[in-house]
Design a protein. Structure first.
Length: 286
């Protein structure tokens, strides 16, 4: 519930999570405004609405990954004040150069998402409720270090309300970090906020099609089969490129199809931690 109770000096006091989130945004409001990381998901529409309610200055940006669901991209384009940042390379070009993305090698997020808004205080929709890792290490502010890197799209209980990311040089403000899924939907319905149609079709999380952090990639490729074809062709080109350079000795696949099947099988036994905003815990990346 968005209205909760706390015991202060022996008395039960009600407080609003909405008011708290707004105050968080106001408390860390930078003079030049925020960079609002907008992915088009449910959390993104909430933080955008909260930023408007808080009256803070911001620029909303969507990092085009070239592998987001078409319905999601169309939805994002209905927001005239959201800037679409287009990558210099597509996901398919990155696969040819790097091979298949994995949980430990999410080069795609590093290039397609983290490269934008460098050095700019950033509003994210990261929430503890999206995490499968229960670290019970909740604090207000974290200063990231080389040994404790905080990445943009992580949803983890080690996440703080305000963080500094060592690698991306970003200050991250997570105003709804303590909100539940029910809180998010309650806020959306109460305020009649528009959201992507995929949620009404049963999707609970949105993000890159084929993300290695998602256990439902097989279902995604059934829904959007053209992406399966694109992935397979890119993997074929990756294998051919390695062979042409004479360094294919450590490649276990003969074709892009074999590699594609390997990727699907690897993801089937992994926990579902992907939310489209990222999104990253094992040195990879939303």
């Amino acid at each position: 519930m968005l209205i909760e109770q706390r015991i202060i000096d022996g008395k039960i006091v009600e407080y609003s999570k909405v008011d708290v989130a707004i105050q968080r945004l106001k408390s860390f409001d930078p003079a030049d405004g925020y960079y609002l990381a907008f992915s088009g998901g449910k959390d993104s529409v909430v933080i955008k609405a909260l930023a408007d309610m808080a009256g803070v200055k911001y620029e909303a940006h969507y990092s085009l990954t070239t592998v987001d669901p078409p319905e999601l991209v169309r939805f994002i384009k209905t927001f005239p004040d959201v800037t679409i940042d287009r990558p210099l390379k597509t996901m398919w070009q990155l696969i040819v150069e790097n091979g298949p993305p994995t949980r430990l090698n999410r080069f795609c997020c590093k290039y397609l998402k983290e490269s934008h808004g460098i050095g700019w205080p950033t509003i994210t929709g990261v929430r503890w409720a999206e995490s499968i890792n229960r670290k019970a290490n909740r604090h207000l502010v974290d200063i990231g270090s080389k040994g404790d890197t905080v990445l943009n799209d992580d949803n983890d209980e080690s996440r703080r309300i305000v963080e500094n990311c060592y690698r991306t040089k970003k200050t991250l403000v997570n105003p709804i970090i303590d909100w539940s899924d029910d809180d998010v939907w309650e806020f959306i319905h109460q305020n009649k906020i528009r959201y992507c149609c995929l949620y009404d079709e049963g999707f609970t999380r949105l993000g890159c099609i084929g993300c290695p952090m998602n256990t439902r990639v097989a279902e995604q490729f059934e829904r959007w089969p053209t992406y399966k074809t694109a992935y397979t062709r890119a993997l074929d080109r990756f294998i051919a490129r390695r062979k042409a350079k004479g360094n294919d000795g450590n490649i276990k696949w003969k074709t892009g199809q074999e590699c594609f099947v390997w990727c699907i099988q690897r993801g089937s036994d992994k926990p579902d931690t992907m939310d489209g905003q990222i999104e990253i815990e094992e040195s990879e990346d939303t």
